[in-house]
Design a protein around this ligand. Structure first.
Ligand code: HEM
Length: 169
């Protein structure tokens, strides 16, 4: 941009190094974050399923399932979050894209919600379900869908975590 020229420029076009978005936290080029996120996604949806089954059957077994699934969702979510955060901080092309930070904010809100949904059930697995536990599970499932969809957008739309084609690197 020069003088009175007010056209916007694309920083990624000007700084080719920002095209480097390749995952570093990976095994043989396969990103660990992508492998790990399946666990919090599946377990968060399982908590909702178990809560609904408890509401339907009044069988306390489902409150045990929900409690353990909530614990697993939080634990695996934090581990997946750590791999994602290291990637975000270490890889220049990832941390320079605002979409990565949007995903981070969504994910931290989600992990707080999953953690609350687990902690709230400790010592009162049955009493916790109706209505607050079930409501937390619904919101957590919705936010999981949004965060997971947005993570996919990072990879498939912005090519974050992928290797740039040879002619661009
Ligand atoms: C807490 C901080 C988190 C950060 C900083 C983060 C960051 C990232 C980054 C940088 C990517 C691009 C791929 C890569 O480089 O590995 C990604 C992809 C993804 N993230 Fe996260 N993430 C976080 C947590 C989560 C959580 C809790 C979920 C669970 C819903 C999630 C779901 C996804 C999904 C589904 C993808 C696409 C994976 C693929 O299709 O390859 N992320 N994330």
């Amino acid at each position: 941009m020069t003088g009175n020229d007010t056209r916007f420029t694309d920083p990624i076009e000007e700084h080719r190094a920002l095209l480097d978005t390749e995952s570093r936290i990976a095994i043989a080029g396969h990103p660990l974050h992508a492998m790990l996120v399946a666990f919090p996604i599946a377990l968060t949806l399982s908590v909702l399923g178990a809560d609904l089954l408890y509401w339907w059957t009044a069988d306390a077994f489902w409150t045990q399932v929900a409690g353990w699934a909530a614990f697993g969702a939080f634990l695996m979510g934090v581990i997946a979050g750590i791999t994602g955060t290291v990637e975000l901080l270490v890889v220049r092309g990832i941390r320079n894209r605002s979409a990565s930070w949007t995903h981070f904010i969504l994910a931290v809100m989600l992990l707080s919600l999953i953690g609350a949904n687990w902690a709230f059930r400790i010592g009162q697995p049955e009493e916790a379900v109706l209505p607050l536990g079930l409501m937390l599970s619904f919101v957590a499932a919705g936010l999981t869908a949004v965060t997971g969809w947005h993570g996919g957008k990072l990879v498939f739309d912005y090519r974050i975590g992928t290797k740039p084609p040879d002619d661009l690197s």
